[in-house]
Write a protein that binds this ligand. Sequence first.
Ligand code: SF4
Ligand code: SF4
Length: 184
Amino acid sequence: MTTLTDRAKPVNRKPMTFLESIYLWNIFLGMIITIKHFFKKKATVQYPEQTRSYSPVFRGVQILNRDEEGRERCTACGLCALACPAEAITMEAAERMPGEEHLYREEKYAAKYEINMLRCIFCGFCEEACPKDAIYLSETHAPPAYNRKNFIYNKKDLLIPDPVTQPEEYAQAKGLREISKKNK
Ligand code: SF4
Ligand code: SF4
């Protein structure tokens, strides 16, 4: 019979020996393999109690940055959305009103800023395109969710805590990158 590939193996139709017919020998051989693996170094970790440090080139969830006074850096110029190959970013610009100088660094700001994490391919182009150092990719991965809507990250999800009013949360959010680099 002609075979389709050269990987075909003929079936061994030899009658079984006594040892083979009682199967115990083969079970014993299988147990030896199992016991050998038992003493080998484990390839898995006990997540989430144990975690592995990320690669230095890992790119995770985006963070919208603030300046040292806690003002939002984003000026809603749209360059990140333009650079995004996955068309994952949408935003709406608004004008800063008198008295809002302590909230927004520039005269224009993003009233709405959304990233669809189901589209995002974590290429980092948005970070590279931003002229205001307003967006960067952190070393935190997007948590799992059951609902597609939960993967649309809005400004509230993306904005880093205020360094003036929430210094601890800000340091923690900012420190994720530095801490994981120290562990490498
Ligand atoms: S990382 Fe890439 S795909 Fe994701 S939002 Fe930024 S530019 Fe778009
Ligand atoms: S994040 Fe940067 S590039 Fe994107 S709209 Fe804001 S300022 Fe412009």
